[in-house]
Design a protein around this ligand. Structure first.
Ligand code: ADP
Ligand code: ZN
Length: 287
């Protein structure tokens, strides 16, 4: 049996699962402060004979095994979680191998193993929700260099009619600052889910997301791109992405049909937690 944690900014999802990535039981715990959230996570996982645990976490996190702060959540705006030793806390409580990566990396791993990118050795998973982030599988493994990628904070060309200043605390008008859920809501002055009838909102969203996808596609050449997160629940975003991307690429390279190349998650909202189970299996095999 394996344990999995998908640590998000609003909630933690914890699961126990089997060797095939099947979830046996799961719970949700609100993300408050570590002293409150973590004991509940640990109590849940202690109910099962887990051999290893996989963690997909909001970040930034330190994933460099040679670093002094490996296993920590680092410079998050959530101050209670800043410099939280996530891996060490779990190791101490359960004494099993721990796999540690970003939430989007875990989702990419889930999708490439059991979801929309099954059977491929490369894919990109992007979430557009409270933040924007992406994880990539390259040659069958998670892409990691000095640290994990930060694909949500790239720069995009501003729409000439968009006067919104952007809300990324670090870069103001990076992609996340212009196109994540909170930016949509601040720009248009309404809850994103209530803006369904406003065509211009989702056309602008597609304008920004398509630029990002062109760059990911040109740099990484993934065999498939999977888009998840709350904003993608808005049906009009994907068609706007296709249209903008087609115009941007301008037949420079030939991509597969966009509606199969860029798809919704095969595992729905479970991509991250199933990915974390697979991460646990990998951690166990490595030990
Ligand atoms: P998280 O980022 O915490 O994992 P989500 O991916 O659900 O959670 O993202 C939440 C954000 O997505 C909210 O800030 C909201 O702006 C946006 N969102 C949620 N539901 C919808 C919807 N139906 N349509 C458009 N945007 C939505
Ligand atoms: Zn930024």
């Amino acid at each position: 049996m394996f344990g999995a944690i998908e640590a998000g900014g609003t909630k933690f999802v914890c699961a126990a699962g089997d060797e095939d990535g099947r979830v046996v039981e799961r719970i949700q715990i609100p993300t408050t402060v570590p002293e409150e959230t973590m004991p509940q996570v640990i109590d849940f996982l202690k109910k099962y004979p887990v051999k290893a645990i996989g963690i997909g976490s909001f970040g930034p996190i330190d994933v460099n095994k040679n670093s002094r702060n490996y296993g920590y959540i680092t410079s998050t705006p959530k101050t209670a979680w800043r410099d939280f030793p996530f891996v060490q806390t779990m190791e101490k409580a359960l004494q099993v191998p721990i796999g540690f990566t970003t939430d989007v990396n875990a989702a990419a791993l889930g999708e490439v193993t059991h979801g929309a990118a099954k059977g491929l050795d490369s894919c990109l998973y992007m979430t557009v929700g409270t933040g924007i982030g992406a994880g990539a599988i390259v040659h069958g493994s998670l892409l990691q260099g000095l640290s994990h990628p930060e694909m949500g904070h790239i720069l995009v060309r501003r729409h000439p009619e968009d006067a919104y200043q952007g809300n990324c605390p670090y870069h103001s008008d990076c992609l996340e600052g212009l196109a994540a859920g909170p930016a949509i809501e601040e720009r248009w002055g309404a809850k994103a889910s209530e803006l369904a009838g406003k065509k211009e909102v989702w056309e602008l969203e597609g304008y920004y997301l398509a630029q990002a996808l062109m760059q990911y596609s040109f740099i990484l050449s993934p065999k498939k791109i999977i888009l998840g997160g709350g904003v993608m629940h808005q049906e009009q975003v994907l068609p706007s992405i296709y249209q903008n991307l087609k115009e941007l690429i301008h037949d420079y390279v030939s991509l597969p049909e966009l509606d199969s190349y860029i798809a919704r998650p095969g595992l729905g909202d479970d991509a991250g937690i199933i990915g974390a189970l697979i991460l646990a299996q990998q951690a166990w095999r490595q030990k």
